[in-house]
Design a protein around this ligand. Structure first.
Ligand SMILES: C/C=C/C(=O)SCCNC(=O)CCNC(=O)[C@H](O)C(C)(C)COP(=O)(O)OP(=O)(O)OC[C@H]1O[C@@H](n2cnc3c(N)ncnc32)[C@H](O)[C@@H]1OP(=O)(O)O
Length: 651
């Protein structure tokens, strides 16, 4: 079976995961049967899909109308009828091995022989589930995150017998429903995301149990100093303290005393009203920025990074897969491998060794892979190589927050690739764009486009989670915008969705801007007690009237693409259906236009704008004179005379 053979999908289970997966698959255009054991359950699931589709449609996230999507969803109670035509079955039944095995045994009997049988389990062994069938090579893990409609990640897990063909078809199917798959190549407990997440809460709990920090301090430090979306205790309260407790018990791991205390008292988190924080009489979390200045956050991060290294060393997943998984599945600001490379793997190893010596416990035992990286001098970004290659020793630099492609015609397409954060600009992303542009070969590049990954945003601005703990002297971010603005080739921003704050400033640093009609523009910085610090105040004043520029900056409101076009902030606002075509038309002129003339025109216009007319005219005149002597000018004139398209070579 390969992905093109998949047209009919059945989802087993109409609960939160089941109906969410059904909805995602139907939105992508597949026919889906959603099955549960009782009609009431199926009806509730169907209603939930309907409600959710209406919301997504109101927000413009789903363009088809809800009824059309719902037409692709059938509901069923009888298992045999539900799966008899299925090419792919995704089981999302309760997390009990016996239930799963019964289902898979029935699936083996009722589904077509070549159907792929996937389980959405988050904690059970795929290998064991597969033993209930006579075709374990077609059984695979397909772990969605909750809620499937919002969460972009799906872990594709190999069971002991899963073939590459099955895993690849599943991986490609996940891509076809607009989700991001990562391979988990061995059926390890917790797969990737939960394995790496384990030490986050575990080490925090040991630290508090030992009295080296308190709960609020640890949560504040991890959120406000290290940029995690939640503190470890806050997260445990959300997921349920008993869940982590049972995972440790089943894996035979020691239980930190503070966890044992909470479980004994049945204070299990939000669901019982009381956990590490009080949700019944209190307002939940009580930590604040500024607390936890002395917390040793490396203790927690070293264990996370060590776990990631262990997975890589055991061939469970690549560094890239782990980092993607932790960003998309757990909301980490950056993956543990990338973070480890920044901290320095030698420092991480040293921390683990010190802890190991102090506590003599296996949880601090450095993994073989981490040791071997450090021993071979691959200690991270500063050394030029760690988990990733940073271009040390002539290697090619790995980019983790952007993607790019350079076509043969010379179009360099740059994608801001942090869709889970609306492509917010963090230090890595800005650094990677600067590195890419600084190292590009101008003989090969004729024009550059910037766009955002995903379907929600060009970019929602600078990454707000990275602001905490920043010193004023670290705030100089203009280099990034200036490198874009001064790049000697024409640049074009392809804007589809939110274009805010620093994202808006990036768009303004480009020469041209084309947007879909539904896009929104704004400088919301004022609402954060900031001002646009990436050139926005200055560029807006030069591009717009005073009144309009100040309206944008002072009010912090969004404006529509139509208004942005009327104000002259963007070149075109077009319906989504005309977006790519309009861009093609522009790029045709930029990519095949006379490169030196375009370069000179850009420079003269940018530099001349900030000078008086006389100086500007002087610049223009010098550039004009220079162009008269180029081969391109000869070619342009000859093509005109011969009534043909010119072929400029940039000479
Ligand atoms: C020098 C430059 C300075 C600046 O640029 S300062 C930043 C200026 N920008 C902003 O203030 C915009 C902040 N973002 C928003 O207002 C909203 O988002 C939107 C209106 C863009 C969209 O709202 P909705 O549709 O409700 O989505 P959602 O749940 O808020 O966002 C989805 C995920 O994206 C993360 N995110 C959005 N913008 C940023 C950002 N600028 N920095 C870091 N993360 C951001 C969110 O937190 C969330 O993430 P999760 O799903 O984990 O909760």
């Amino acid at each position: 079976m390969n992905v093109d053979d998949i047209s009919q999908v059945t989802v087993l289970g109409a609960g939160n995961m089941g109906h969410g997966i059904t909805e995602v698959v139907a939105i992508a255009g597949y026919d889906v049967v959603m099955r549960d054991i009782e009609q009431d359950l199926v009806d509730d699931g169907y209603e939930s899909i309907k409600w959710s589709l209406e919301k997504l449609s109101e927000k413009g996230i789903v363009s088809e109308d809800p009824e059309t999507v719902l037409d692709r969803v059938d509901t069923e109670v009888d298992l045999e009828t539900a799966v008899s035509d299925a090419d792919l079955v995704i089981e999302a039944a309760p997390e009990q091995m016996e239930i799963k095995k019964d289902i898979f045994s029935d699936l083996d009997e009722f589904t077509p022989k070549d159907a792929i049988l996937a389980s959405n389990t988050s904690s059970l062994s795929i290998t064991e589930i597969a033993t209930a069938t006579s075709r374990p090579e077609q059984v695979v893990g397909m772990h969605f995150f909750n809620p499937p409609v919002k969460m972009d990640l799906v872990e594709v897990i190999y069971g002991g017998e899963t073939t590459d063909e099955t895993a690849e078809a599943t991986y490609e199917f996940v891509e076809s429903i607009d989700k991001t798959p990562i391979y988990v190549r061995k059926d390890v407990n917790g797969f990737v995301v939960n394995s790496v997440l384990g030490p986050f809460s575990d080490e925090a709990a040991w630290m508090v149990s030992e009295g080296v920090a308190d709960i609020e301090e640890v949560d504040a430090a991890m959120v406000h100093r290290r940029g995690y979306p939640m503190g470890p205790f806050e997260l445990s309260d959300l997921t349920g303290i008993d869940i982590g407790y049972h995972v440790r018990k089943e894996a035979g791991r020691d239980i930190p005393p503070i966890v044992q205390e909470k479980v004994d008292a049945e204070d299990l988190g939000q669901k019982t009203g009381q956990g590490y924080y009080d949700y019944e009489d209190g307002d939940g979390t009580t930590y604040e920025a500024g607390q936890g200045e002395d917390v040793d956050t490396l203790r927690i991060e070293a264990r996370i990074i060590n776990e990631a290294a262990r997975l890589i060393g055991n061939d469970v997943a690549t560094a890239d897969a782990i980092d993607t998984g932790m960003r998309l599945g757990a909301g980490f600001p950056e993956g543990p491998c990338r973070r480890g490379d920044k901290i320095g793997l030698d420092a991480v190893l040293e921390k683990l060794e010190t802890l190991h010596e102090e506590y003599d416990h296996e949880r601090y035992e450095p993994s073989e892979h981490l040791r071997s990286l450090v021993e071979s001098g691959k200690t991270g970004e500063e050394a030029g190589e760690g988990f990733y290659d940073y271009g040390g020793d002539g290697g090619e630099r790995h980019y983790s927050t952007i993607e790019y492609e350079l076509s043969e015609d010379g179009l360099l397409e740059v994608t801001l690739d942090r869709p889970e954060r609306m492509n917010a600009l963090n230090d890595d992303l800005m650094d990677e764009v600067v590195h890419l542009l600084d190292n590009s070969d101008l003989d090969e590049v004729r024009a550059v486009t910037f766009e955002g990954a995903g379907d929600r945003a060009f970019s929602a601005g600078a990454d707000i989670t990275g602001f905490a703990g920043r010193e004023p002297y670290e705030a100089a971010i203009t280099e990034f915008f200036e490198v874009v603005a001064e790049y000697p080739r024409p640049t074009l921003a392809k804007i589809d969705g939110f274009c805010l704050g620093g994202g808006h400033e990036l768009a303004l640093a480009c020469d041209l801007r084309i947007a879909t009609e539904g896009s929104e523009f704004g400088f919301p910085e004022i609402n954060l007690g900031l001002l646009p610090g990436g050139g926005g105040t200055q560029r807006a004043m030069r591009m717009l009237s005073d009144a309009r520029a100040k309206e944008l900056v002072f009010r912090g409101e969004h404006i529509s693409a139509e208004r942005a076009q009327n104000w002259g902030l963007i070149n075109r606002a077009v319906p989504e259906s005309e977006f790519e075509e309009t861009i093609e038309e522009f790029l045709d002129d930029l990519v095949y236009g006379a490169p030196i003339a375009l370069q000179k025109a850009k420079r003269v216009m940018n530099v001349g704008r900030d000078q008086d007319l006389e100086a500007g005219l002087e610049l223009e005149s010098q550039a004009f004179g220079h162009l008269l002597a180029t081969d391109d000018m000869q070619e342009g004139a000859a093509a005109f005379m011969e009534d043909r398209e010119p072929e400029f070579e940039g000479k």
